[in-house]
Write a protein that binds this ligand. Sequence first.
Ligand SMILES: Nc1ncnc2c1ncn2[C@@H]1O[C@H](COP(=O)(O)OP(=O)(O)OP(=O)(O)O)[C@@H](O)[C@H]1O
Length: 612
Amino acid sequence: MSGPGVRRSTWAALRARRRALGRLAAWSAVEALPALLGGVLVARAVDRGFLAGEFRTGLAWLAGLAAAVLVGAAATGQVYRSLGAVVEPFRDELAARVVRGALHDATRAGGRADSATVARLTHQVEVVRDTFGGLLLVVRGFLFTAGAALLGLLALAPPLAGAVAAPLVVGLAVFGASLPAMVAHQRAQVTAGERLGRSAASALAGHRDVVACGAQERVVSDVDRRVTAQADAERTLARMAALRSLSLGVGGWLPVAVLVLAAPWLVRQGLSAGAVLGALVYVTTGLQPALHAVVQGVGGGGLRYAVTLGRILRTSPPPGPALPPPSTPPSRPAAAPPSRPAAVPAGPSPAAAGPAPWAAAVGDPPAVALRGLTFRYGPHARPVLADLTLTVAAGDHLAVVGPSGAGKSTLAALVAGLASPESGTVHLAGVPVDGTPPEALARLRVLVPQEAYVRTGSVGDNLRYLHADADDATVLAAVRTLGAGPLVARLGGLDAELDPAALSAGERQLVAAVRAYLAPAPLVILDEATCHLDPTLEATVEHAFARRGGTLVVIAHRISSATRARRVLVFDGDRPLVGSHDDLLTRSTTYRELVGHWEDVTPPDRVPLGRP
Ligand SMILES: Nc1ncnc2c1ncn2[C@@H]1O[C@H](COP(=O)(O)OP(=O)(O)OP(=O)(O)O)[C@@H](O)[C@H]1O
């Protein structure tokens, strides 16, 4: 019902469990006993019992039917047991395949363990297990129940068996013919859903970055396109469901209509009233429910089975050696291979990568001036910042540190103009943030939050988002300066298409850092924007921003960020303190504690900066 891989895999799973399948078939045959005998027993009960005035005889025939139902019910329990013996080993095989694939990716050179992918795949394995079990159940149920009902009908009234079987076959043919299209639409619907999920999740995770970049319209239109595509796919699938109703109508209801309409004629031909009733029992309690179950089961769970198994087979390698030979070349599991040889060309040294069109001059207004700033998240909440006054001179490099929840990110948001204070003012380069339109604010500051937003599109599009006119040489110089050369080369260069889901959190941060570096804004605010980078790359990025010119405010994630800064602001209780690293070590208990804690985690980096 889908690609050859799915068919092959399904047949292999069935062939490997022939004995369990044999048991399943045997119990299914017993389970179908009421379907086989129901019509005949009802016909006998009516003709020889109730219509003949023999009430007890009628009841005796019905008791026979009750016994058949009891035997069938007992067999149902065994059916489920046999089903488990077919389905569970198949599930185990798939789970082993998924885990083997993840190990393969994690252990080859340059690979990394991707637990999210394993979690998604193992969830898919459970979907396949459930739908495979459901599919087996309804298909064998249909074969045995419909077969038994037709046999019973043949024994009861041979001409009627043909009249009932013909529409049944037509209904099945309609359903079978529509299956390939249904599979294709189901696949399209799943893909559209996944794309929408990825797009919405990355927009949500990076919403601060989106707002800081002023990219709301673009992101909304991106997500909107995905929503429309998903809705279209759902509508098409719903239209396809109408075909299911058609096949059910033809195969399940037409035989009932035929029987009811032909009843007077059948009776005139000598068929007893009991036989007509028995035939109706075969159709309404045997054929019709079996057809309904198989059409709904195959059209619903069966399609999910085909599509989900297809995905697992594509994303996990076939069984083979558990680990690759040591000579396997380095590669990354989640990223697409470069579309062309994509080395970032060597260029001028990092220091020459276009710094400081806004080098600070004496008399410049302060880069940041906060006066009496008070902010709280709700009218009755404790203020996060109370009456804060702070000046950051143009060209300064300030690190902001403090315990978790102290208000560092809130301060960053207020400075960037993403939040409005309850009282007090924020000026950037002498311009009041309050009332300044977003485009004008974007020319004054750039904020890089922890969760970076990367959109689908080319690598270059992403890097140029805040400076659309930057030529390739400028962009590549920035890439080199921030240590992003290997990443851009691996992605395939500036023109390569970028799949945001294939980037790690650190790689997204690196893209956002280059984008901010290129932004034509003199003030850069890094709000734990490098927390997913390793300490060396983090140092490279911070050094690059420090040499870029303009003013740098870093919400520090490690002690090294504080020791690199010229001044440090520490949230010490309710009273923020500003000073140099050495100064604060003597003045602030909180700072000493933070430094002690950080030094336990990573050694300080005291590489001097090349600032003017
Ligand atoms: N949107 C919000 N609504 C309500 N309270 C919030 C909101 N954002 C932050 N807070 C609260 O404001 C306080 C300051 O939060 P903030 O994120 O600025 O701290 P932080 O110093 O940056 O913390 P961390 O180092 O953990 O990121 C915390 O108590 C936090 O719970």
